[in-house]
Write a protein that binds this ligand. Sequence first.
Ligand code: SAM
Length: 288
Amino acid sequence: MLKRQKSFENEMPTCYIVATPIGNLEEMTPRAIDILKNVDVIACEDTRHTQKLLKHFNIENKVISHHDHNERESAKGILMLLMQGNNVALVSDAGYPLISDPGYLLVESITAHGFNVVPISGSSALLAGLVASGLITQPFLFQGFLPTNDKEARGVLTRIRHYEATIVLYEAPHRIEKTLKMCLEVMGDRKATLARELTKKHEEFLRGTLFELVEEAKDLKGEMVLIIEGSKAEKEPDISMMDIRTHIEELIQSGLSAKDAIKQIAKMTGMSKNEIYTMYHNENNVNH
Ligand code: SAM
């Protein structure tokens, strides 16, 4: 059933999803400070880390932990707090909660129970990296961290290598060289930007190609976002012969001539009209 939330026009308790700085503390917004001061409780990944942030901004409030290892249990606890009429803020160690950070289970459960979920915008490593990358920004695919298992990581890259969208990955410094090599191997050389230590004193952008980045990656330290150009290759036909025949027949049934149906399928798949014509008629001869 459709649920409609008018964020500031109802009396339901609210869970605020509060973005915090990814480095430069000046990116903390007055709105975020105000919310963190005024909610009944703040749920965070690492209480010690968040206490430092709160101290810096003179925020005194109750803090509870909500991290990867207790996510399901703690989501239930936070739901109870809302049921008792409390307003809650969720923060992660940096940037947006839920973006390669815990929070999804919580938001899913809170929205299912009809409580408000309100985003408080702020810094985001993915958007900061993307907009300064020099690569086309739309469409983009945020993949986040690749799986740590090599085979699974390769599987993900193989699946997305044909996408035309710019790809945004998060990576840890000790894995970046390996990841770049794998990207180069699976996707071929293409433009890529490595955005390092965003908003911090040693912020750096390495804009080049995957091959060039592999050569530089060995000694790179700090937090990093890898932005990779989307596929430039001709669209590969990804529909089977079976699909093509069914599709042509559906189009003919919907009133198109066989010639126009073949023309449309050629446009969709990037194959030539002749190729499809031959395939369609051969297939029909075999089958009928
Ligand atoms: N929730 C965060 C966000 O909204 O960006 C991401 C958290 S994720 C656990 C941490 C990863 O985000 C890092 O390993 C790095 O890939 C990226 N990241 C966070 N801060 C960054 C920064 N200042 N510069 C570059 N990348 C950063």
